[in-house]
Design a protein around this ligand. Structure first.
Ligand SMILES: [Zn+2]
Length: 421
């Protein structure tokens, strides 16, 4: 099979066509998972796949698949996600999805079938914007979705995730059977925008990605005593907000020292009025690192900082883990191939970067040889209508992706060996 040359202009034209449905590139994407807008976007996508003549199917977790039949039934996966956060950008998810679409379009037009089948996928509910649980479809395929954990998550209107899925014809209890969708998969390749400043700061148009950060999320509740702001002397207060604030700053220092990222995204205090000491404060903590040992150390630092602060302010504390994901290092040979492909496509061949955000590749990479390529974000902002990448960065990244798919199709035996381990 000869090399695969994608047409970046075709990808960008598809992106603009999709963006036009919500008012253009910078008008704010409207494709919230499981919503009528999302269903409409998927209908548009089905039309694109129909035009190529590919058979389409939806698995039990709501992921949309289309297959280019190869010489064998085992397959390479290309894809990303069409869902978006409310008022999202014009590239998040769909850059990778439209590039995967162009990939299967090119492969289907070739006189010879590829050596293995190539399956296009649109993962369902990557963002988790509505129910707070991201990577729903891909985690179902990877075998890490636990229906009981997510069934009663509610959106702002009180609708549960279980009911929203049922409205789209998906039975949450059956969704775990989506692991069958990966039977025979030998590799997964995903292109995405970086959504951060590392490539822009380094003057890099695109990069291979070495893996995605592991994540620890905890709710930490400090309990003290609510008391009158005027009559309670400072030395007798059991002030939970002061304790949480002290711990927050210590957590920040630890993440800097250990080379990870940590975010206290919210401190919610009660009674939450200007005239009372906060008797109870709940801290929402998110920590991430590519190295599991360093991530565990960051968590230990954080809990110890919270304990110290609770003691200092006469409070007690309680810890609840709400989410955890181990780091996903990507497949070394695919990462090396993607790095070479970026360089050959007009980028540089500097070290691959790790990803702070999780992606569908985080889940699929646990069970199938996987790699991602990032396109530079400029401005380095995502999940906002101003999200953008230069035309040059998009072209390099799209072309690098096509070259990496070409490498994978030329090296299916190497991938097969690793896929079955
Ligand atoms: Zn995304």
């Amino acid at each position: 099979m000869s090399g695969l040359t994608l047409d970046p202009s075709a990808v960008i034209a598809d992106l603009d066509e999709l963006a036009a449905q919500s008012g253009g590139r910078f008008a704010g994407a409207k494709r919230l998972a499981w919503s009528p807008d999302w269903i409409a976007a998927r209908a548009w996508l089905r039309g694109k796949l129909d035009a190529i003549g590919l058979p389409i199917s939806q698995d039990v977790a709501g992921n949309l698949w289309a297959t280019v039949q190869g010489e064998t039934d085992d397959f390479l996966i290309v894809g990303s996600h069409i869902d978006a956060v409310p008022d999202g950008g014009w590239l998040d998810g769909v850059l990778g999805l439209m590039t995967a679409l162009e990939t299967v379009r090119q492969l289907a037009a070739m006189p010879e079938p590829p050596p293995v089948s190539v399956r296009f996928v649109d993962w369902a509910d990557e963002e988790g914007a509505r129910f707070t649980r991201s990577l729903v479809g891909s985690s179902a395929c990877a075998g890490t979705l636990v229906p009981e954990d997510v069934r009663n998550l509610r959106d702002a209107g009180g609708v549960t995730l279980g009911d929203a899925l049922a409205n789209c014809g998906i039975d949450l209890d059956q969704a775990t059977r989506a692991t069958a969708s990966l039977d025979g998969a030998i590799g997964y390749l995903e292109l995405h925008i970086e959504q951060g400043p590392i490539l822009l700061d380094g003057g890099r148009l695109a990069s291979a990605v070495s893996g995605t950060f592991g994540v620890e999320r905890h709710l930490i509740t400090f309990t003290g005593q609510a008391a009158h702001a005027g009559s309670t002397p400072m030395h007798v207060r059991r002030d939970t907000l002061a304790a949480a604030a002290q711990a927050t700053l210590a957590i920040r220092e630890s993440s800097i020292a250990r080379g990870g990222v940590a975010t206290v995204g919210n401190l919610a205090s009660t009674p939450g009025v200007i005239t009372a000491v906060a008797g109870r404060t709940e801290m929402q903590l998110d920590q991430r690192h590519l190295d599991p040992t360093a991530l565990a150390a960051m968590l230990e630092d954080a809990l110890s900082a919270c304990r110290t602060a609770a003691d200092a302010f006469g409070c007690t504390m309680e810890v609840r883990r709400v989410f955890a994901a181990t780091p996903t290092p990507f497949h070394p040979a695919l990462v090396a191939a993607a790095r070479e492909a970026v360089s050959a496509a007009g980028g540089d061949d500097r070290e691959p970067v790790p990803s702070g955000p999780m992606h569908d590749a985080t889940e699929i990479g646990r069970v199938v040889p996987t790699v991602m390529i990032f396109a530079q974000s400029d401005p380095p902002v995502s999940h906002a209508p101003i999200e953008n990448s230069s035309d040059e960065a998009l072209r390099v990244a799209i072309s690098a992706y096509g070259r990496t798919v070409g490498w994978a199709l030329a090296n299916v035996d190497a991938l097969r060996g690793d896929a079955t381990q």
